[in-house]
Design a protein around this ligand. Structure first.
Ligand code: SF4
Length: 397
């Protein structure tokens, strides 16, 4: 089986921002607009291994320490789910359906492995259907606890240690503690640079839009971290000290939710006057808000603790809802927002419940919150724009 790059390489039709001209940002636009980006192709051509994952609670640093590229699987560029719908019902979330469809079309042949976490029942089904239909040589499922106490952190740490051993035996490599510590330092460097970018959004007239920020964040899950950090530093040099994104806006908005990797969706919000200056997304604020604790002796334990308990959680975790509401309210205030848009995927039970609870928590603090349903692929943004316009008017803006 050749798992080299296939020529197809579907693209998402999204015009890279012509405002930020620097080459670093243009490379990030390319990495976000397609699955098989140039950095990935270079990595493969140099004999590098790539292991995919779907959930942001997967231990990316473990793959970096194995000298592999951790690649977050997306349905970018997918236009239909015809093949996948032989294995999913139309009551399943469209994110896993588009990911499976792209894999069945050969788009993910370049993967040498894929790590699953049972982050929800829809992803659980994708794991089964991927094993059934896709010829990826290394497929593993990591059991994700629903609570974050010491016992669960210990369990999750053992799961990561098990994956470490399976990677070592399958790929005939050694993943040392020192390599893990170096990978943790590299990942924390990425987070610190991303937080610097988020700090720019606190300005009255930020030099970067929400759609551009999401472009940068998604690119960070699709290319080697060393390369990405160089590009991000270049972009920060370009933006720091600058004012204004040139966008006329009437309200500063925050977006919360799960998988949202399409800048076009944020762009639609910003085209009707809502500048997105903060987010608690799992391709955004939640993956860079905290660092992995580098003082913990055992690096695997540091990963287990971080990915389950230390970073802002998602509704998959049931004992942290109050903490998530606090995180959301604090970010709302810190970025001087006017309102929050809770974006959730159709048929997503977890964010259905979460948005219901978040709405009442935010209203208790007189923070405007609107829940908006979406499909994975952004199309026909008319209805979304109408809802956002009405929401902005309700804010008195
Ligand atoms: S959006 Fe919701 S339903 Fe879809 S994969 Fe994520 S958690 Fe599961």
């Amino acid at each position: 089986m050749n798992n080299m790059i296939t020529s197809s390489g579907s693209q998402r039709e999204y015009t890279p921002s012509d405002r930020i001209q620097c080459d670093a940002f243009q490379q990030m636009c390319e990495a976000t607009a397609c699955v098989q980006n140039s950095a990935l192709k270079r990595w493969k051509e140099n004999g590098g291994k790539v292991v995919g994952f779907l959930c942001s609670m997967a231990p990316d640093e473990l793959l970096i320490a194995a000298n592999m590229l951790g690649f977050r699987v997306r349905g970018t560029g997918s236009t239909n789910t015809d093949l996948a719908d032989n294995y999913f019902t139309n009551l399943n979330c469209t994110f896993p359906r588009h990911c499976l469809n792209m894999a069945m079309e050969g788009e993910y042949e370049f993967l040498d492995g894929i790590l699953y976490l049972n982050s929800c029942d829809h992803i659980r089904r994708l794991y089964d259907n991927w094993k059934l239909n896709i010829d990826t040589e290394f497929i593993e499922l990591i059991a994700l606890p629903r609570q974050t106490g010491p016992d669960q952190v210990k369990f999750f740490t053992e799961e990561f240690q098990m994956i470490r051993e399976k990677l070592e035996s399958h790929f005939k490599i050694k993943i040392t503690d020192d390599a893990l510590r170096d990978a943790i330092k590299l990942g924390n460097e990425t987070r610190r640079l991303q937080r610097r970018m988020y700090d720019l959004r606190k300005q009255d007239d930020p030099p970067i839009t929400g759609a551009e920020v999401l472009t940068v964040m998604v690119a960070g899950t699709a290319m080697p971290k060393t390369e990405y950090n160089v590009l991000l530093r270049e972009l920060l040099e370009e933006l720091e000290g600058k004012q204004g994104s040139g966008k006329e806006y009437r309200a500063r908005l925050m977006i919360t939710g799960g998988v949202l990797d399409d800048p076009k969706w944020i762009n639609a919000v910003e085209e009707v006057g809502g500048l997105v200056v903060a987010d608690g997304l799992c391709f955004g604020g939640r993956i860079m808000w905290e660092d992995i604790d580098e003082t913990i002796e055992d690096p695997i334990e540091a990963l287990g603790r971080y990915y389950l308990a230390d970073r802002p959680s998602c509704p998959r975790v049931v004992d942290k809802q109050e903490e998530r509401a606090e995180f959301t309210a604090n970010m709302f205030k810190e970025f001087n927002c006017d309102g929050i848009v809770g974006a959730k995927m159709v048929f997503c039970d977890q964010w259905n419940v979460e948005n219901y609870m978040l709405k009442s928590d935010m209203h208790e603090q007189e923070i405007p919150f609107m829940s908006v349903e979406r499909e994975y692929i952004t199309s026909g943004t008319g209805q979304l724009k109408t809802r956002i316009q009405a929401f902005i008017e309700s804010l008195g803006k």
